[in-house]
Design a protein around this ligand. Structure first.
Ligand code: NCD
Ligand code: ZN
Ligand code: ZN
Length: 346
């Protein structure tokens, strides 16, 4: 039985660091294990221009724990006023690694996102020319579509037509939650990849809703039924280079989560690697963990994998991650994997 594995140091291809007190609290939780992360731009106000991204990157670098070896990979929040020249220049100088499409109203801080996709075609055309990837929160927002069907509807109504118009656009479908999303990314022609979160591999909607409603499992896209969770697990552990880790670690203060109208987002940076080793062992696929966390993502973004390594060890005693963290603004709850974890990062 394997009791220890060493893999190249992982990267996180979808991460929310927020700003100020929250950023100071969560940044060490990521830099402890991860070398790089694609930084989500959905601040208030969002990171829209190259100038915004440079300033945010500098705030992140200034908040790094002493001695941390971590590179934030910045993104821009696409709006209907985004300037194609600004985007292209930011990419050319190495400042940004992706542009993020939030359909307006789809998720946390997406109000300034895109309402009419055709209005951003000039930006997307330029992204095709320079080879800049588009990361997508793939859900429709129309009220006629049930929240559990919004990802699938997005494929049919938005993503497939968009990619027919722009077959050369590099697309990352973020935080895939359905079998339909997995099948699409696995089978579609052209330059497409998908990220999968830690929590969507570990929980399904029963965990969120049976025996009481658990607001800390509420995120978007919402967790689906167990058959979708199984499809995500098969994809993540398959070794298919189109799938890789984007934790979508998305911290919100407890007060905002444990509320009559709670925020969407799961904070999982701290225990993600223990969770993933647990999942991959359950799927008899520990040999595919490195591809998912450390190889497929860099290959997709045209970067070299990290040279250094981390080691995970399976021990009889479970891990003892803190249930909560203190920020200067209040407590923050860590993702509860709903099962003891025995894989320790050494
Ligand atoms: N995933 C979430 O539920 N929330 C994210 C936004 C997002 O990634 O959609 C957040 O910023 O809190
Ligand atoms: Zn999202
Ligand atoms: Zn996210």
């Amino acid at each position: 039985m394997t009791t220890s594995i060493t893999i190249r140091r992982p990267d996180d291809w979808h991460l929310h660091l927020r700003d100020d007190a929250m950023m100071r609290a969560v940044l060490p939780e990521t830099t402890r294990h991860f070398a790089r992360a694609i930084i989500m731009p959905n601040l208030v106000p969002p990171v829209v221009t190259a100038r915004d991204a440079a300033a945010y990157r500098d705030r992140i670098l200034a908040a790094l724990p002493p001695g941390a070896d971590f590179q934030p990979l910045m993104t821009l929040y696409l709006t209907e006023h985004t300037d194609p020249d600004d985007v292209a220049a930011a990419f050319a100088e190495g400042l940004i690694h992706a542009v993020k499409l939030y359909p307006a109203g789809a998720t946390t801080n997406s109000a300034l996102g895109v309402k009419t996709l055709k209005n951003v075609y000039p930006v997307l055309d330029r992204m095709v020319q320079v080879g800049l990837p588009l990361c997508i929160h793939g859900e429709v927002t129309t009220h006629d579509v049930d929240i559990f069907d919004r990802e699938q509807a997005f494929l049919d109504r938005v993503l497939i037509p968009l990619r027919a118009d722009m077959p050369a656009l590099k697309v990352t479908l973020e935080h895939i939650t359905t079998a339909q999303g997995i099948d699409y990314v696995a089978e579609a022609d052209g330059d497409i990849a998908g990220t999968i979160t830690t929590h969507h591999l570990m929980i399904n909607r029963n965990h969120m809703l049976v025996g009481g409603i658990r607001p800390h499992y509420y995120c978007l896209p919402i967790v689906k039924r167990a058959s979708h969770q199984q499809a995500l697990r098969r994809a993540a552990t398959s070794g298919n280079p189109r799938f890789f880790l984007g934790t979508d670690s998305a911290p919100h203060l407890d007060g905002a989560k444990e509320s009559a109208c709670g925020c969407a987002g799961v904070f999982s940076a701290t225990n993600t690697m223990s969770c993933l080793a647990h999942v991959f062992e359950e799927e008899n696929a520990l040999d595919q963990l490195e591809a998912f966390t450390s190889l497929n993502g860099p290959a997709r973004y045209g970067l070299a994998p990290n040279e250094d390594t981390i080691t995970l060890e399976k021990r009889p005693e479970p891990t003892a991650y803190p249930a909560k963290f203190d920020t200067d603004d209040g407590p923050l709850t860590l993702f509860d994997p709903a099962t003891p974890l025995h894989w320790h990062v050494t």
